[in-house]
Write a protein that binds this ligand. Structure first.
Ligand code: HEM
Length: 456
C-alpha cells in the first residue's frame, strides 16, 4: 500500500517558468483570466486530471476537482483549520485596533474570535428575529412595486437586493434596524461594503507592496473599514449601556448582541471587529444568491409554479436556494493549509501545503449531479431518491470554519423568497449569466427580472 503512494512532485502540473511558476498563465495576455478562475481550473483539470499542482507567486497550491479529495481534505483539516489569511486586513486591524476578528486570523487567535460568532448557528437564537425578518421582506416587496419600470422590469436586481441584505442583517448586527431599503443612508454603507470587498481583493491578488506604502487597494480597504466601523461602534456603545442596565431585556430582544457582549474572552474592540464581520459577511453573498434564485425561477416557469404551490413548505424554498448555490456558489473554492502530511488522491502532500477544493466545479459536474446544468430544486428534497456526494456542493464551506451565517441567511432568503412569490410572477429574457471573481464571486452582468403582479 505504502509503495503505491506517489510523491508531491508526481502530482501532474502544467509547464512552469523559472521565477514565475504558473503565474504567467494568469498575467495580462496569458491563457486564463483570474476573474474566470473556475473556468481556468476546469480547463487545466480536463488536461491534467482531478488533482493538479500549481505554483502561484511563491506558494505551492494543490488544486482538486474531485469530491473524494475534498472529503479527505476536510477530514484532515484539524481542530483549528487554517485558511489563507488576508494579510492586509490583518495588518490594518492589528495596527489600528490590536484586534483582528475571525476572518483574517488563524490558530488560537481565530478560535477565540470564532466563539463570538458560533451562537449564530443556534436555531433558537436566530428564530427570535423571524417576525422582524418577515417585516423587512414585506418592505422590500412594497419597494419593488415602485422600483420596477413601466414594463415591470427591475434592472440590476443585485444592487436592490443589497439594500435588503443590509437592512435584514442589521436586525441581528448591529442589532438596530437600519432602514436601508428605500432610504439614503444605505448608499454610503452599500458603497463602503463594495469598496471593502474590492480593497480586500486588490490587496490579496497583487504583490504585497501595501507593506511599503498605502496602495489604492489598501486605502480603499482602510477608508471603507473606517465608515463601517463608525456606524457599528455607535450602536455597540448603546448596547453596552443596555447590557449593564437591563441585560435580560437585551437577551430577549437581541440575543446575538447579548451573547457577543457577555463573552468574557472578547474585549470591546474584539466585539466591534466581529460585529463588522457579521455585518459585512452577508451583503453581497446574500444579494447575489437571491438574485440568481429569482433569475432561475424566472427562467423555469414550471419550477416557479411548483414553488408557488408549496409556499408554506420551508424545505421546498430552501431546496431552491441550495440549487442556486450549487449552480452559482459565491465561493469558487474551499481552501485549507494542511496541518500534517496527508495522502490525497494517492499523493503524499506535505504539511503546510495549501489545498484548494474547487467546489464550484464539483457542484456543476455530471459526475456528481445528474442533469447538472439544469435547475432542479427537487433533487435536494429528502424523499427525492437522489443520493449524491456530501462533499460535492459546499457553498458555505465545512467543519469548524464553516460559514457561521449559514442558518441565519438561509432563513432570511426563504422568508424573502416566499414573500416575493406570493406577490409576483417572475419573468426574464436573459439566458445564461455566469460569474466572475471579485472577492466573492458575483454575477458577470446585470440580472434583470420582470416582476408581474400575481393577478396579472
Ligand atoms: C449566501 C450567503 C453566504 C454564503 C454563500 C457564505 C459563504 C461562506 C463561505 C464559503 C465561507 C468560508 C467557509 C470555510 O472556509 O469553510 C464563509 C465564511 C464566513 N462567513 Fe459566510 N456566507 C454567506 C453569508 C454570511 C452571513 C449572512 C454572515 C454573517 C452572519 C457570514 C459570515 C461569515 C464569516 C464571519 C465567515 C468566516 C468564518 C471563519 O473564518 O471562521 N456569511 N462564508
Amino acid at each position: 500500500m505504502l509503495n503505491s503512494i506517489k510523491s508531491f512532485l508526481d502530482i501532474p502540473s502544467p509547464m512552469s517558468l523559472p521565477l514565475l511558476g504558473h503565474t504567467y498563465l494568469f498575467l495580462p495576455g496569458g491563457k486564463y483570466k483570474s476573474e474566470k478562475l473556475t473556468e481556468a481550473i476546469k480547463d487545466i483539470s480536463t488536461k491534467y486530471g482531478p488533482i493538479v499542482r500549481l505554483k502561484l507567486g511563491n506558494t505551492d497550491i494543490v488544486v482538486t476537482t474531485n469530491a473524494d479529495h475534498t472529503e479527505t481534505l476536510f477530514r484532515n483539516e484539524g481542530i483549528r483549520p487554517i485558511r489563507p489569511p488576508f494579510p492586509a486586513l490583518y495588518h490594518y486591524r492589528k495596527k489600528t485596533f490590536n484586534s483582528v476578528g475571525v476572518v483574517p486570523g488563524n490558530g488560537e487567535e481565530w478560535y477565540r474570535f470564532r466563539g463570538g460568532v458560533n451562537p449564530l448557528l443556534k436555531t433558537s437564537l436566530i428564530n427570535v428575529y423571524r417576525e422582524q425578518q418577515e417585516d423587512v421582506s414585506r418592505s422590500f416587496v412594497n419597494y419593488l412595486r415602485n422600483a420596477v419600470d413601466d414594463n415591470y422590469i427591475l434592472y440590476d436586481t443585485v444592487e436592490h437586493l443589497m439594500n435588503f441584505a443590509i437592512e435584514v442583517t442589521s436586525l441581528v448586527c448591529p442589532g438596530q434596524r437600519l432602514r436601508c431599503i428605500s432610504d439614503e443612508p444605505a448608499e454610503q454603507l452599500k458603497s463602503a461594503s463594495k469598496d471593502f470587498m474590492d480593497g480586500l481583493y486588490k490587496t490579496l491578488i497583487g504583490p504585497p507592496i501595501w507593506k511599503l506604502f498605502e496602495t489604492d487597494g489598501y486605502k480603499q480597504l482602510k477608508c471603507s473599514h473606517q465608515i463601517i466601523y463608525r456606524t457599528i461602534e455607535s450602536y455597540l456603545k448603546d448596547f453596552q449601556k443596555m447590557y449593564k442596565t437591563n441585560p435580560n431585556f437585551l437577551k430577549e430582544t437581541n440575543p446575538f448582541m447579548y451573547t457577543l457582549l457577555s463573552n468574557k474572552n472578547l474585549s470591546q474592540d474584539d466585539c466591534n471587529m466581529l460585529a463588522i464581520e457579521v455585518f459585512l459577511g452577508g451583503i453581497d453573498t446574500t444579494a447575489t444568491t437571491m438574485a440568481f434564485t429569482l433569475h432561475y425561477l424566472a427562467q423555469n416557469e414550471s419550477v416557479q409554479e411548483k414553488v408557488r404551490q408549496n409556499l408554506s413548505d420551508d424545505s421546498y424554498l430552501k431546496a431552491c436556494i441550495k440549487e442556486t448555490l450549487r449552480l452559482r456558489p459565491t465561493a469558487g473554492a474551499n481552501s485549507r493549509f494542511l496541518p500534517q502530511d496527508t495522502v490525497i488522491g494517492g499523493y503524499l502532500i506535505p504539511k503546510n501545503t495549501l489545498v484548494s477544493a474547487f467546489s464550484s466545479i464539483t457542484s456543476h459536474s455530471e459526475e456528481y449531479f445528474k442533469n447538472a446544468d439544469q435547475y432542479i430544486p427537487d433533487r435536494w428534497l429528502r424523499n427525492s431518491n437522489t443520493a449524491f456526494h456530501k462533499f460535492a456542493s459546499l457553498p458555505f464551506g465545512y467543519g469548524p470554519r464553516m460559514c457561521p451565517g449559514k442558518r441565519l441567511v438561509e432563513n432570511e432568503m426563504v422568508i424573502l423568497l416566499r414573500e416575493i412569490l406570493k406577490n409576483f410572477k417572475l419573468e426574464t429574457d436573459s439566458a445564461h449569466i455566469g460569474m466572475v471573481y471579485r472577492m466573492n464571486r458575483i454575477a458577470e452582468k446585470s440580472i434583470n427580472i420582470k416582476f408581474l403582479h400575481t393577478n396579472h
